[in-house]
Ligand binder design. Sequence first.
Ligand code: GLN
Length: 445
Amino acid sequence: LLDASLSRIRETDDRIGAFLKLDEEGARKRAERIDEGDEDPGLLAGLPVGIKDNISTKALSTTAGSRILGDYAPLYDATVMEKLEHSRANMVGKTNMDEFGMGSSNENSGFHPVRNPWDFDRVPGGSSGGSAAAVAAGQVSFALGSDTGGSIRQPAAFCGVVGMKPTYSRVSRFGLVAFASSLDQIGPLTRNVEDAAVVMQSIAGFDAKDSTSADVEVPDYLSALNGEVKGLKVAVPREMMGEGVDAGVREKIRQALKVLEDLGAVVEEVSLPHSEYAVATYYLLAPAEASSNLARYDGVRYGARVEGDNLVDMYNRTRSSGFGPEVKRRIMLGTYALSSGYYDAYYLKAQKVRTLIRRDYEEIFQSYDVVVGPTAPTTAFRIGEKTEDPLTMYLNDICTIPVSLAGLPAVSVPCGLSDGLPVGLQIIGKPFDESGVLKVAHAYE
Ligand code: GLN
């Protein structure tokens, strides 16, 4: 398996750019240990995995796609890495990403963009574009990504793979380079729903090292994949099927809903009245949290430093040269939203709208089991198509962001092609009901 993975990476990655670095030697050692008859073969024994480069790994440097982290070498593994190690998955390398997770196309990587394996002139989505492309190109058995506003689900949709964002607090964030701490979640990118269930089984669960980690029992995800969707109530928000969503995407979602109906599910239209404010809310809250989280990159504690005439000059030079343009834009937006005199008007207001968005979902989940719609309003767009206009790039997250603000679990599962490019069906569940989400995805698939 490892040989197949490494040779596939060698054959394809100069065109795709999914990996930032490989750990061939370490991976071979781990594979040998399994070959020699490991006593506990583990749930994921020997499966080659790509790890998004914002997840701390002792074996390989961790840059979060940013030049400012240079060749920063973490002194510890993220909790998810310990869990994967326990399941005997085999990390082959670290995957490319938008700098600090800020982006929807991977064009904001501090190193090089990733290309979509379906069409090299198109983006793979972001920010976990390297992870999604690696799975789609058959370079690894599965990958881990992180999702703050859609960064697992949207690249999964663009690359035609399965991507799951767990409930906020379901998977430990210990060792994940922070972007927006109240939204960030690690999750799997896989070839099918069954694989997503198995990887979730390995990485989910309480962790005392993450103060927001939830002490909620992890069920057996595989046994939930029983195909029983008869009578299940599926809500389709009209806001996710209207204007702004490409006709070709809408058509594929309609066909997928028909499949669920044929399986016995009851599909009904509902409304999420506050979702139209979600993108604006997110782009206040996420940059606010980011501006605070990114204050630590000062040339003293981590990574790269550019010397200056004095301390403040050194800070300025380090941050000016280390961060890319999108990261700087977010730091300025966030600092503005948090500044005295504006805090109540922007940050506090956005927090209140976030509560309203969460309540919309709570109300729907009183009468429905899952909420279903598209993962993204379009298929993969062309490289360079949206780089000039950050606002149209932000709008690509319109279907995923409300779910992130509400902290809910959601999966993107491939539902066919529109003009030859993959479309993703998004299935959203109640808090901690990853099983319900995976069950519906599996029945559909
Ligand atoms: N595209 C969104 C952003 O740029 C979401 C990114 C993410 O989920 N990490 O913030």
